[in-house]
Design a protein around this ligand. Structure first.
Ligand code: FES
Length: 160
């Protein structure tokens, strides 16, 4: 945790310091929470022993990813957006889709990546506390548009 003290003794957060989002045990129990990290709505998932964090509003049209189901697709845990069923990998934020190659002798649908579409955030656990690092916004991603639009729409409560 990067905290710094001013000369008057008050504790201030550095702008890019990891942000406390909750107790490890609480998030494990609820399996997902939404919260704000530097004024950005973020959803944190606990899935099969691992924490993941990403922008809470889907890159496609702003759907609420906190309400999606998690499925294993091609060996990768993915959140399925409840609005139009887009599949997003929890680990990398890639959009996945199925495609066939008509040139194959017997065309079979295969999963392919559209590239990173949803901004993911680094999660750190320290002494039973969970922190999310603010994003590096030097590269823009598709979900940034809805991250701005969705700023005031979350309910930020624990839910399963
Ligand atoms: Fe998420 Fe359309 S808004 S799939």
């Amino acid at each position: 945790m990067d905290l710094c003290s001013s000369s008057k003794g008050a504790v201030e957060m550095e702008p890019d310091a990891p942000v406390y989002v909750g107790k490890e045990d609480d998030i494990k129990k609820s399996q997902r929470i939404t919260t704000k990290v530097n004024d950005r709505e973020v959803v944190i998932f606990y899935h099969e022993g691992k924490f993941y964090a990403m922008d809470a509003c889907c890159y496609h049209a702003g759907g609420p990813l906190r309400l999606g189901e998690i499925e294993d697709i091609n060996g990768q845990p993915c959140i399925i957006c409840p609005w139009h069923k887009y599949k997003i990998t929890l680990e990398t934020g890639e959009g996945l889709y199925q495609a066939i190659n008509p040139m194959e002798p017997s065309p079979t649908p295969r999963w392919r990546s559209k590239g990173v579409k949803q901004r993911i955030h680094k999660v750190t656990i320290d002494n039973g506390n969970v922190y999310v690092s603010p994003p590096d916004l030097s590269v823009s991603l598709a979900s940034d548009y809805y991250a701005d639009k969705c700023k005031n729409n979350g309910d930020f409560t624990m839910e399963k």
